[in-house]
Design a protein around this ligand. Structure first.
Ligand SMILES: [Zn+2]
Length: 190
């Protein structure tokens, strides 16, 4: 019988749809939906070691899993930028950091513990983490969409001309998604 005993090579979408894969780097299985997370904004000047949120200071440098302050002048929050993957129901989530004005940062911190924000409220910020080649040295303007219930804010690329805006609108292909996972070291073991 032709091809008997031969495994049909799985396509990228099959591999992602299957939902679980053995990571090529970590000694772990990963699953879909998969979130990559940047531990700190790219401008953070040293090793990203977290302090508790409750220790937040607005002077000097501060980093926790949700808040960041640099030089008492730049304020950042941990957010999620979602990118749809064509053919999959669940988007890819890029855990990344956006700047906020000092005033909005303080409003964010005040509502944080209760997780209470007016749903859909949008602020402006700058995306401060590189994702592949889509974010160069120049930060990208984003809308920061607050969500209640202690979910991290969603980021929406505000400048239509940015390649990342197109990816957020139209999605990326499963192959591009696998390349991205491989680039960051969490692709499937081949
Ligand atoms: Zn991994």
């Amino acid at each position: 019988m032709f091809g008997f005993g031969k495994r049909k090579p799985s396509t990228a979408i099959d591999r992602l749809r299957a939902g679980r894969w053995q990571c090529a780097t970590c000694d772990a299985e990963h699953g879909w939906p998969f979130d990559l997370a940047a531990r700190a904004p790219d401008p953070w000047p040293r090793e990203p070691v977290y302090e508790p949120n409750s220790a937040l200071r607005l002077e000097g440098d501060f980093l926790s899993e949700d808040f960041c302050v640099i030089e008492g002048r730049y304020f950042f929050v941990r957010a999620v930028l979602e990118i749809p993957v064509q053919g999959l129901e669940q988007p890819f989530g890029f855990g990344c950091w956006s700047t906020l004005s000092r005033t909005n940062f303080q409003k964010y911190v005040e509502g944080f513990d209760a997780g209470e924000y007016s749903d859909g409220e949008q602020w402006t910020g700058w995306l401060c983490n590189q994702l592949l080649n889509d974010v160069g040295d120049k930060p990208i303007g984003v809308w920061v969409q607050l969500r209640s219930g202690r979910q991290r804010p969603l980021l929406w690329v505000a400048e239509d001309a940015e390649p990342l805006a197109g990816r957020q609108d139209h999605g990326i292909s499963p192959n591009e998604m696998l390349d991205l996972l491989r680039h960051y070291g969490h692709g499937p073991l081949d």
